[in-house]
Design a protein around this ligand. Structure first.
Ligand SMILES: [Zn+2]
Length: 392
């Protein structure tokens, strides 16, 4: 049966394990902080009690390796610990949650009214060197892997951002400035890793890839005729830097039946310079206004509700989310609202529990909410297609 509802393609349920020193407030089983605000970058927000209120059907949980994961065995140990944690967490709360190791299990959990957790990796240093590696992750239920994360790695080049976020991939920036010919996109190992992921039935997540890495991955996907995903990205015409997707890249990705999520890390969404059509006078920086610039662009390019659009919240990814537009923490007084204030209007995206209020806000702004409602089904179809390729 077809699923109607939203997938969050990028949230970290277990980031307190490798990055406990950066994330405060305990683990997802702890009671949620009663004073959560949108500036919760270092605060636990994936509390199960909040997830239950989120209305999201599927959380694709991005497993991370920290900077000490500098050998294959350490990296492997770190991800296994997180996979196991999420498995046990779901077992302890089986009335509301479950881990789906394949699309049929996800459909089953959702039909029972439960939230499905699905395993993914963000950054895969040492983890997908061989077909056997990829198959072993598939066998553990890992649906999707982003081979490249913040910095260039053995699989290829990572995107360089502009402004203060350039520090995220400083080596990439230095190479781009002083030795541009060294930036070659995917490495030979990276190309093989992508092919191995297809062969193993794992979805490729293009998040964080440099322009060339992305284009080469798209080419591999075209050759295999398989969909790929951008789990938390944005639009280059709005924010002109390498991590932003060009119109051609967006069309290419959707042309293969893939899907895009605009990142919930709203600090990465504000335009660097003037746009073709100037921002409205009441545009509020760092709020949902920045997010909607990218969503509206996707709607313009692909049609309103023309393609599914996923969430890619990056909750527990050490980033703040949308600041409220109204109230003491916002830009405008509550009295400026024409309708009764939504929680989202005055709190912004302080946590997953405010996603239903955010969608209410989108409806009020005539954003095609159907595009989001189609996203869980599209994700499962992508997973099914990639697994079917593996079997063929
Ligand atoms: Zn990321």
């Amino acid at each position: 049966m077809s699923v109607k509802g939203v997938v969050d393609l990028h949230a970290h349920i277990a980031s307190h394990i490798p990055f406990g020193f950066m994330l405060f407030g305990g683990d997802p089983e702890c009671p949620a902080c009663t004073k959560l605000t949108y500036r919760h970058g270092q605060q636990q927000v994936m509390n199960l009690e909040l997830l239950k209120k989120s209305g999201v059907k599927i959380y694709v949980q991005a497993t991370l390796v920290n900077s000490l994961g500098f050998t294959k065995s350490i990296a492997k140990k770190q991800v296994l610990q997180q996979l196991e944690y999420v498995e046990n967490l779901a077992k302890r709360h089986a009335a509301d949650f479950g881990v789906a190791h394949n699309p049929a299990e996800a459909r089953d959990l959702i039909a029972q009214g439960k939230i499905a957790f699905i395993h993914a990796f963000e950054g895969a240093e040492f983890l997908i060197d061989t077909l056997e590696d990829a198959r072993s992750w598939r066998d553990r239920g890992v649906a999707m892997i982003a081979p490249i994360h913040l910095g260039d790695n053995q699989y290829g080049d990572s995107a360089v951002m502009r402004g203060k976020l350039v520090v995220v991939n400083l080596i990439g920036q230095l190479k781009r400035t002083f030795w541009p010919s060294s930036r070659k996109g995917l490495s030979a190992l990276g190309k093989v890793a992508i092919q191995n992921m297809f062969k193993a039935g794992i979805i490729v997540d293009t998040a964080h890839m440099s322009d060339l890495s992305f284009n080469q991955t798209l080419q591999e996907a075209k050759t295999a005729q398989l969909p790929i995903i951008m789990s938390h990205g944005y639009v280059r015409e709005i924010r002109d830097e390498e991590r932003g997707l060009t119109n051609e890249q967006i069309k290419g990705l959707y042309g293969l039946g893939g899907m895009i999520a605009v990142t919930g890390a709203v600090e990465m969404l504000h335009p660097h310079g003037p746009l073709k059509s100037p921002l409205p006078a009441d545009h509020c920086r760092g709020t949902i206004d920045d997010y909607l610039l990218h969503i509206r662009h996707l709607e313009k390019l692909m049609g309103k509700n023309g393609v599914p659009i996923a969430l890619g919240t990056d909750f527990n990814g050490f980033v703040p989310h949308s600041r409220p537009k109204y109230g003491p923490k916002g830009y405008l007084p509550e009295s400026a609202l024409k309708e009764a204030p939504l929680a989202f209007d005055v709190q912004g995206l302080a946590g997953p529990h405010l996603l239903p209020s955010m969608f209410e806000y989108l409806k009020r702004q005539s954003i095609g909410v159907d595009a989001f409602e189609q996203s869980a089904e599209r994700f499962l179809q992508i997973w099914e297609k990639v697994l079917a390729y593996e079997r063929s």
